[in-house]
Design a protein around this ligand. Structure first.
Ligand code: FAD
Length: 457
């Protein structure tokens, strides 16, 4: 039986009227289909630049662990049609945090990501380089997360966006310390990395574990209360919808990455890969709002895939082999049919409410520019494999935001959507959807593991 949105008043909140259980049920339908699709070469082969310098600070010390490295592909294995070429030119983007800096086109008005330049680009088989525990941690990783969360600053302070004026002093401080871009490195004006947060290794008590799993996702009252107040880690009750949405998107992505690390953990004692329940509990399970935010991300990406479904079903996948093309179209069509049957999971039109007016547009542009910065911050990740998956998932989320906020429904229907997304955007959108789907499935599995642990006691 298909899942229904049982409570249209919305438990996930912040423009999503679905409840957490609905997302969990929907994921049972989608997960195997997504798994099948991301194993097809069209969705596995990803073009990426892993060697760009960090544009924001000196990135000394790359992770040298074997598990941090990425295996690249022989270009000749990638069908000619997918190897698109565009000339890299330099243009200037105005960035409210860091001032004017060079970026590489083509960056269109509608884009929420800065595309990679094609200098030094490589092809990577995503399945041959799974996202999992690499050991990357410490000041470098903490610095990247900090920079990403600090992009949650919006200037518009008029009545319609009350609460969006935020962190001016923080921004001024950053600007003072900021290196600018790579050419400025010799000025050695480097942001001081924050102290890394200590991992909580101690095992929670039975009572604590009971609390963790009783809240996810069964205790609706509690979840509702939490999403009204949003995020003890950040956000804040006074903040505007757009700022909360930004925060939840980032926090949800962070949760998803943490879940994959814990789900595919390397046990140094046994030398085996496998799930680590303590890791999950300490990084995610003990923080209900972090769990909620991955459900939020799922709801947002699902809505984006639903909005672009005609385009995905009608896209020419062009593998060079007609029978392979037909298989891809058949699988994608099955996925989009499932997506179309699902209840609405996110109402994008509630954001940037005054988007017809200059203030709403200004806020939307700021939101977009800040998210673009997040995609650039990925070049500061000091571990190749983490950088690869960071790029896939920030670009996938950025593509979802582009679909939701740069186009209305009418402009995406039927043939009107031709050329709206590049191959890279389709690949990252679907792989990100799959990663979020795997996170939701992993939460269910960790719940079972937890119960089994309890029974042993
Ligand atoms: P971190 O995860 O580094 O978190 C830092 C702080 O952020 C925490 O102390 C907490 O205050 C806050 N926080 C944590 N989670 C949330 C949340 N969901 N919402 C809000 N606030 C939160 N490591 C790997 O092993 N494999 C990978 O593939 C990998 N990919 C990465 C990709 C990126 C883009 C980045 C920046 C890092 C990646 N890492 C990866 C490193 C990993 O994310 C952690 O930084 C590292 O494991 C250290 O974890 P930690 O427990 O110190 O806390």
């Amino acid at each position: 039986q298909r899942a229904q949105c049982s409570n249209p008043s919305g438990l996930i909140g912040d423009s999503s009227q679905c409840d957490y259980e609905t997302v969990g049920k929907l994921n049972l339908d989608f997960s195997s289909k997504l798994h099948e699709i991301v194993n097809m070469p069209f969705f596995r082969y990803f073009k990426v630049n892993l060697y760009k310098e960090c544009p924001f600070w000196n990135n000394a010390g790359l992770c040298m662990n074997e598990d941090c490295s990425v295996e690249t592909m022989d270009r000749s294995k990638v069908p000619e049609q997918w190897r698109t070429k565009h000339l890299a030119k330099v243009s200037i983007s105005s960035n409210p945090l860091f001032g004017a800096m060079p970026v590489r086109p083509p960056v269109k008005e509608q884009d929420f990501c800065i595309p990679d330049s094609n200098v030094d680009e490589v092809y990577v088989d995503l399945r041959a380089n799974p996202e999992r525990f690499t050991g990357y941690s410490g000041p470098s990783a903490a610095m990247v997360w900090k920079a990403i969360y600090e992009e949650n600053c919006f200037d518009v302070s008029q009545e319609m966006t009350a609460g969006c004026q935020y962190c001016d002093s923080e921004r001024a401080r950053l600007k003072e310390n900021h290196v600018g871009h790579s050419e400025d490195h010799e000025e050695s004006n480097i942001l001081v990395p924050p102290e890394p947060a200590p991992m909580k290794h101690s095992n929670p008590t039975k009572k604590e574990m009971d609390e963790i799993f009783s809240k996810v996702p069964k205790d609706k009252m509690e979840l509702n209360r939490l999403v009204q107040g949003i995020a003890k880690d950040g956000g804040g009750e006074e903040s505007c919808l757009e700022k909360r949405v930004y925060y939840r998107l980032i926090s949800g992505l962070h949760t998803s990455i943490s879940i994959h690390i814990c789900d595919e953990w390397f046990n140094q004692t046994t030398g085996e890969w496998g799930p680590n329940l303590d890791c999950f509990i300490s990084r995610v399970g003990m923080h209900p709002e972090r769990l909620e935010n991955i459900y939020f991300d799922y709801a947002v990406v699902l809505r984006a895939v639903s909005k672009i479904s005609d385009f995905l079903a009608g896209y020419e996948y062009l593998t060079g082999d007609d029978s392979v093309d037909r298989n891809i179209i058949a699988s994608v069509t099955e996925l989009v049919n499932l997506v179309k049957e699902s209840p609405p999971t996110f109402e994008e039109e509630l954001l940037f409410h005054a988007s017809q007016g200059p203030k709403g547009r200004q806020l939307k542009n700021q939101f977009r520019d800040h998210f673009r910065n997040v995609t650039r911050i990925m070049d500061c990740v000091g571990c190749e494999k983490c950088r690869l998956w960071g790029k896939v998932q920030t670009q996938g989320l950025g593509t979802a935001l582009k679909i939701l906020f740069s186009y209305d429904n009418a402009s995406l229907q039927g043939h009107k959507a031709v050329n709206i997304l590049s191959r890279s955007e389709i690949v990252t959108l679907i792989n990100t959807f799959n990663r979020f789907s795997e996170s939701i499935s992993a939460i269910e599995r960790f719940g079972i593991m937890y119960k089994e642990e309890l029974e042993k006691e």
